[in-house]
Design a protein around this ligand. Sequence first.
Ligand code: SF4
Length: 458
Amino acid sequence: MSSKHPLNAKAFVANDERMHWHDKALWFVREKRDITSKTIPEWEQLREYANSIKTHTMANLDKYLIEFEKNAQERGIKVHWAKDAQEHNEIVYNILKENNAKKLVKSKSMLTEECHLNPFLINKGIEVIDTDLGERIVQLRDEPPSHVVLPAIHLKKQDVSDTFHEHLGTQKGNYDPTYLTRAARANLREKFLSADAGITGVNFAIANTGGVVVCTNEGNADMGANTPKLHIACMGIEKIIPRLEDLSVFTRLLARSATGQAITSYTSHFHGPVSGGQMHIVIVDNKRSPFLKSQKYQKALNCIRCGACMNTCPIFRRSGGHSYEYVIPGPIGSSLATFRDPKKHKTLSFACTLCGSCTNVCPVKIDLDSQLYNHRQDLTQQGIIDSKKKFMLKSASWLMSHPTLFDIAGKIARKVVPLLPKSILYTKSNVWGKNRDLPQMPKNSFKELYKKGIEDDK
Ligand code: SF4
């Protein structure tokens, strides 16, 4: 089934108050990003560095992955390779099974979301507890995260309170965030202490040290990786950076772009198992390597998942992360999803105003708006877009390539449209008219005004 972004977005905007609240909440984060980024005079230089480090790494990914594996093994870490989601899930399950691990605590990892690890393990009888607060909230509600950094941004404190009341037994109607956070912490602490294994994601994997770095604001990755004796870190192949010295370029950009903080509260380095324990790293491809061959879309692999493109995107802010029906929503998710499965995600690249705001804020300078524009061309050439849209675009293209007819059509429209009854203008086929009123028709076309020397049209 194909993604239904327009229908999902329609459902989201139907709740006007919630839509505006979501919009404002994300814009608040975007403004914080602007303020902190401006405290660094060399901000633009850092973005350039980050872009060139990533571009260099992707061009030499095979070399750096092998270097990383060798150095990690020398540190006593077991390295596994998975070609797809299924293999990834089986590797993780087998490690747990070999260690008789039945209870698992997991910190934020979009890769494990992408691989649907939770349902896979739960089906095998493993208890899986997400430990990032936002992820725990959506897990209790049986929902996917709606944002890569703020997984429960679509929920208000009242929603969280109701969820906790139902699942954790908190007082009904108590919306106090401190009370709710304490209740979640008490519940999670018990889970950490009884866990047999901890899974973390990976923000950066350093080739020349063989270690991985995980950034969190809650310290939950550290608890999960250090309390049980078994730590499994799951990463996509694109998480590699060449040297430890490169790390500061990314850590300075990541937190500021994500939440407007100068640094994430915990930037934790894992360079080997805990004493007497085991550490495993699962390196996953899952449809990443085809990006390396694509000139148009390769840069999508450079993403460090800061979420800045989502916070700034006018469509994301007004349609919510779930409307994208893809594990990574927003501008970067639209590009990744469309490249991986154009038929299924054919509506996403059209859910874009091409305003370019995402490209302007992206800390690693991914050409997001160009990618979405290119996807539209590709979808059209592949004949994947909807027949109605195709007909409209073809007709418009034909009319625009015949200037005299275009002028005549404009003249007729300016005269006739204002006289038409609403029932003819706002039909089912005119989707643009659903939430919009037609503007007043100008007396003259731009061309006529230009010829006259652009005088007042009133
Ligand atoms: S595409 Fe850029 S802005 Fe968007 S999440 Fe990735 S790194 Fe951040």
